[in-house]
Ligand binder design. Sequence first.
Ligand code: AKB
Length: 318
Amino acid sequence: MKKVMITGALGQIGSELTERLRRDLGVDNVISTDIRTVEGSPVVEDGQFEELDVTNYDNFLDMAKRYEVDTIIHLAALLSATAEKRPAFAWNLNMTGLMNALEVAREIGPETKFFAPSSIAAYGPDAEPDNTPQDTVMHPTTMYGVTKVAGELLENYYHTKYGVDTRSVRFPGLISYKVAPGGGTTDYAVDIYYEALKNKSYTSFIDKGTYMDMMYMDDAIEGIVKLMNADADRLEHRNSFNITAMAFDPEQIAASIRRRIPDFEMNYDVDPVRQGIANSWPNSIDDSDARKEWDFSPNFDLDKMTDEMLEKLSAKFK
Ligand code: AKB
């Protein structure tokens, strides 16, 4: 990875990855792109930034050629809850965008490094729900999940057919304080920290007893960098690696917050759409292949993450 182009760079992952890669590779070696621009965002202001609609292949290719990039990190996509509301739009953005990104990678050089994330959403209700294996049945029942499985297969195809150096992970819910996620099912686990500090209470749209895998953003960013720098000979999986740091339900995150805010109150107003999506996903996934093939090893558990989220957000609110 020497010169990287990032799509969807203003999103939850992209904004933190941009900052990290600018530090690692130098400001001039990271070309961050997004469909929109946001005035005042460090992604836009502190380095190279271009507006790019990933469904426009010609513009995508021109930009990658102009900057002579050797790596594409494709993050532009719609998340699960929004995709469920607008399935046709989600298919077009997630699949045309990914197909274009892979075609651009193939076009600019046979060994272009490539990363696009999959998700725990790639699994469906018939997969083993606990400690879900890396390689098992994948029959998602959401449009987002369908695009993730198709995406994994496409990345595998471009690797075996054209030699594009594709790498990927199945992300769990990602929790961060810098840029809020948008349109995901796991977003409750981010919102809860904001509300705990503002109102000492939170009304969860996900029901108690619903377990999902989660990860603090620092571990997710470290995971991407580690996987992209991993020795290709060690990687047996090219579809997408399971990675996780913790699995909890809303009651457990509330209990973790109460260690710091004892009178924090948790209420429920379950959203049937997002609850249905959550019910179709695993309770917890098995990430032993990622640990074995490229030494994935997260640093944050639930309490450590809670402490950091509350500390960073209170500083932000001051
Ligand atoms: C979502 O909830 O849609 C995402 C995901 C798990 O991929 N956070």
